[in-house]
Design a protein around this ligand. Structure first.
Ligand code: NAP
Length: 295
């Protein structure tokens, strides 16, 4: 079997087209364009390239983005002061502080400081709580991107056994929460799946993974998911991003393509979907803060 490619790059372009129409309708109705503030501290090359990709995508849908690029030695108080300014700026609807941050800055303090209505990454405890209750204000970008990629490529997780490998607060845990939730009008992303979460202490990871109709790898170790861990025909999402000899690769060994029914590539799978969901949250933030366009 050669796995069907789950083309996140192409789907993200379609979603950007849909968002561009939503933004155009807002501006035509006299509402301000959605504004995203991106804050980068330091010169981590991967972070720089993510930030550039996010700003380029904003431009494509009509979101106005600004970048505050601060030196690596920036003190926490200075970053918090900038966030307070952005919280109060009516032209800014979403605030994204690119992680990781240098060691002198506590990530929690920064995440808590972003106004919860402008928290388009959905990391603020208030937004995590709302998501967990099944009343999301914003859905976290990578988990939401995974669910959209599955659904819109014909692999609806409803009723399926999904195994998520990884339990981080950014990917694995919120993804498991979203996948197990009942879809409702307030929470259309709910996956209605039966979910197993695996991690570094899971006994017999291969056996657990082989039970999956849908296997999602969010580990951060190149090739950790091998062909013998995949049930023939399963759909596999590769969230991992690992640099190996200067090349970006996922967590899924290339030999999995011969066993899986569908597989998301790295690059070009979950990554572009994550950015598309960030744009969607920013448009939603503008709708929540400035009001929807009246029909
Ligand atoms: P993380 O915080 O380091 O979490 C990794 C998870 O993998 C942990 O739960 C860890 O278990 C588990 N793990 C580690 N080694 C394992 C093993 N051998 N077997 C099973 N589980 C293992 O990473 P993250 O932030 O979730 O990110 C995961 C990957 O996704 C990274 O490569 C990251 O760069 C990538 N990522 C991509 C996107 C995108 O848009 N494409 C977005 C976000 C992240 P413990 O909890 O037991 O330590």
């Amino acid at each position: 079997m050669t796995a069907r490619r789950l083309d996140g790059k192409a789907l993200a372009a379609t979603i950007r087209g849909e968002l561009a129409a939503r933004v155009a309708a807002r501006t035509a109705a006299g509402k301000p364009a959605p504004g995203l503030a991106v804050v980068l501290v330091g010169d981590n090359p991967a972070s720089l390239s993510y930030v550039r990709a996010k700003q380029k995508a904003c431009g494509e849908v009509g979101i106005v983005s600004r970048l505050d690029h601060l030196p690596a030695a920036t003190k926490q108080a200075k970053l918090l002061a900038l966030i307070a300014k952005l919280n109060a700026d009516p032209a800014i609807h979403g605030i994204l502080v690119q992680l990781p941050l240098p060691p002198q800055i506590a990530e929690d303090a920064v995440v808590h400081a972003i106004g919860s209505l402008k928290d388009v990454d959905a990391f603020h405890p208030e937004n995590v709580g709302l998501l967990t209750l099944g009343q999301p204000r914003y859905s976290p970008c990578t988990p939401h991107g995974c669910i959209q990629l599955l659904r819109r490529c014909g692999h609806d997780p409803a009723g399926k056994h999904v195994v998520v490998v990884g339990r981080s607060n950014i990917v694995g845990k919120p993804l498991a929460v979203m996948l197990m939730q009942k879809p409702t009008a307030a929470n259309p992303a709910g996956g209605d799946a039966t979910v197993t979460v695996a991690h570094s202490r899971t006994t017999n990871l291969a056996k657990v993974c082989r039970q999956a109709d849908v296997l999602i790898a969010a580990v951060g170790k190149a090739g950790v998911i091998t062909a013998d861990m995949v049930r023939p025909g399963a759909a596999v999402l590769d969230v991992g991003t690992n640099l190996v000899d200067g090349k970006l690769v996922g967590d899924v060994d290339p030999a999995v393509a011969a066993v899986a029914g569908a597989l998301s590539p790295v690059p070009g799978g979950v990554g572009p979907m994550t950015i598309a969901m960030l744009l969607e949250n920013t448009v939603r933030a503008a709708e929540l803060i400035d009001g929807p366009v009246s029909r």
